[in-house]
Design a protein around this ligand. Structure first.
Ligand SMILES: Nc1nc2c(c(=O)[nH]1)N[C@H]1C(S)=C(S)[C@@H](COP(=O)(O)O)O[C@H]1N2
Ligand SMILES: [Mo]
Length: 232
């Protein structure tokens, strides 16, 4: 995975001024994998029976994967907005986030590039809690999420509004490091890890699906690892 950290050329096909300096070669490689259906085993997994989804292998380290931009987001600059189709839009500062109940979760994570890591201990803020405060309107069916590096990803609202999901600030008792998305990242453990934005800035509730960075580049719209939903 460390070969992913080499800086590459300029981005192509991205909005002006956004995602400048991303690892374009890495992005192209992954797009090609998606076209070719690389890494697919063609077997369905059963979460009741197996702990490891099909085609995954277990790692004990924690690989770093991103577009090559790791924004330095200070706690003073950290802010989370929940907006769009909600009755009570939220724009929370770090202090306001810290004043909310801090919860813990333990879960397994699964990256589409085939690594899985068991028993990650997180601390942070409950997503269902925050959504309840923002009060989604009935027309809200999907979310689009934005991060400080320009990354975007999408989810059905039902996949975001699950009790195991967490807006994580800590991992194994320590503040989440910058490389893993600190100070604030989302963790959605039941889907491939590209659905868990690092350096999260905004969650917008919308009526219709809006594919994000990887989803427009051939990745699956939902990304269930048990169904091997790697690519569209
Ligand atoms: N903001 C942002 N979030 C992101 C990414 C990214 O490039 N930018 N990459 C995604 C991908 S593809 C993966 S596998 C995980 C990797 O998280 P990690 O580096 O903490 O292992 O973050 C996801 N969230
Ligand atoms: Mo990934």
């Amino acid at each position: 995975m460390s070969k992913d950290s080499a800086p590459e050329g300029k981005p192509g096909g991205t909005p002006e001024g956004v995602l400048e300096g991303i690892k374009e070669k890495l992005v192209r490689t992954k797009e090609l994998w998606a076209e070719q259906g690389r890494l697919l085993t063609g077997t369905a997994g059963d979460p009741e029976r197996d702990r490891l989804p099909p085609g995954q292998r277990l790692v004990t380290d924690w690989p770093v994967l991103d577009l090559g931009i790791q924004p330095a987001v200070s706690e003073a600059a950290a802010r989370l907005d929940i907006d769009g189709l909600v009755e009570a839009p939220l724009s929370l500062s770090w202090a306001e986030l810290m004043a909310l109940p801090q919860e813990e979760r333990r879960n397994d994570i699964h990256c589409v590039t085939q690594w899985s890591r068991y028993d990650n201990d997180w601390r942070g803020i409950s997503v269902t809690d925050l959504l309840a405060r923002a009060r989604p309107r009935p027309e809200a069916r999907f979310v689009t999420m934005e991060s400080h590096d320009g990354y975007t990803t999408n989810l059905p609202l039902a996949d975001l509004d699950r009790p195991e999901n967490l807006l994580a600030t800590h991992w194994e008792g320590q503040p989440l490091t910058r490389q893993h998305g600190g100070p604030l990242r989302l963790v959605v453990p039941h889907l491939y890890f590209w659905k868990s934005p690092k350096w999260i800035r905004r969650i917008t509730l919308i009526p219709d699906d809006r594919p994000g960075f990887w989803e427009v580049r051939g990745y699956h719209d939902r990304g269930d690892p048990w169904k091997e939903e790697r690519y569209s």
